[in-house]
Design a protein around this ligand. Structure first.
Ligand code: ZN
Length: 253
């Protein structure tokens, strides 16, 4: 089975559509969506509609919680708070309810043994796993052999194999073409894998990020896909959302 893993779409329909087209070409059977479906971007309804249509496994992100009123958006920085309130005002009532009802991770995958999905960390849905030190506790404490996580908007991950700790970062040849990086996994290791952010990458690469997990080959294919970033930016300006939310899409930071 091939599973498309997407995370941190953040209301960016252009980035989502481009990623789905690349994933269609690479083939997949089902979808894991790691949350932050909305927040920041100007197309929350389009992204929620598409996510609902794709189905699969979902976990909620911190922006899903803030936009739907589960947590207080005032706890966010100013720009993120403005975006959360804008999203709340612009989601249809039905889509707002769908976002509010997204489940808290970890969610175990049915049919795929020993795999779980979280937004931040298996120990705390709001925690950031940025450097390998951050992965020690979650990798030691969790029993799942493979945990998909998002939240940091950084594609790659961490692994432990016996005494050896590893940081995984895909390597690409260009910064403007559609590319894939295949990472073969070892059966003996335990992994935390981040597909990267579809709609607001922060790893220095502006291209939309996602990943495909092949359960038979036991490999992860990381994807980077160029998309119509100018269109996504124009919608952010037109919506009156903070300019920084548009400019950071081309910065990839
Ligand atoms: Zn996010």
């Amino acid at each position: 089975m091939r599973i498309l893993v997407i995370s941190d779409i953040h209301g960016n329909i252009e980035a989502l559509e481009a990623s789905l087209a690349a994933a269609d070409a690479a083939k997949y059977d089902r979808v894991f969506n790691l949350g932050d479906v909305v927040g920041y971007g100007a197309s929350p309804n389009e992204v929620v509609n598409k996510s609902r249509e794709l189905g699969g496994i979902f976990v909620r992100g911190n922006h899903d919680k803030a936009a739907s009123g589960i947590t207080n958006a005032e706890d966010f920085n100013h720009i993120a708070a403005l975006a959360a309130y804008w999203t709340r005002d612009n989601l249809t009532p039905e889509n707002l309810m769908w976002v509010r009802n997204l489940p808290q991770g970890p969610i175990k995958s049915d049919g795929v043994e020993n795999v779980q999905c979280v937004h931040g960390s298996p120990l705390d849905e709001d925690e950031y796993i940025i450097v390998v030190r951050d992965s020690y506790e979650p990798l030691m404490e969790t029993t799942a052999a493979l945990t998909f996580f998002g939240h940091t908007h950084i594609q790659g991950g961490f692994a432990v194999d016996g005494e050896e700790w590893m940081t995984l970062r895909p390597i690409y040849e260009s910064d403007d073409k559609a590319e894939q990086f295949v990472f073969p996994m070892k059966k003996s290791a335990k992994y935390l894998i981040n597909p990267g952010s579809v709609g607001q990458p922060r790893d220095g690469d502006w291209r939309a990020a996602c990943a495909i997990f092949d359960t038979d080959a036991h490999s992860i294919t990381f994807l980077r896909t160029p998309y119509d970033v100018a269109s996504a930016q124009k919608k952010i300006y037109d919506a009156g959302l903070p300019d920084r939310l548009a400019t950071r899409l081309t910065d990839g930071r």
